[in-house]
Write a new protein. Sequence first.
Length: 173
Amino acid sequence: MEIMKLDAEQYAGQKFTLRYMTNGYYDIHRTDMGFQIVYEHFEKPTEMSFDDYMFNEWLEDPVAYGAFENGRLLGYVEGTLEKWNNRYRISNICVFDNARRHDGIGTALMKTILKEAKASGARMVVLETQTCNENAIAFYRKNGFDIIGFDLFAYTNTDSERHEVRIEMGKKP
């Protein structure tokens, strides 16, 4: 496997669908003193998916790296320095083939983008995921990220009912 910087002109706008299995979600609910997070199981394992695009237009000067094997793109990571607050946002990190998700591809991509973030001089590295993406949350925690916030209505007005609440995670570089 080889990690290589991706050319924005070649990859910009390429659509991909990410699919993952989940056994549960982290339920965020209000309490008298704020909020509480409790892990809840689904009745059965559930497949979740979402569509996204490489080098989204909303990103400010994004940088991306791909993990390649025999010329095939196995996964990629993308990030950008948010100049207004000097935080480095990892906007995407994914391994496309579920069967390859425990082969060290994500770890190699994460290490690469964290080096990029540190070189940028960012004061913090942040990313988002959803409460139902328990494998991503575990991966990010393994890489030193902590939950720093959440948005109960980031995607729709029914995020809580769908168990897809946006979680912000972060760490110092």
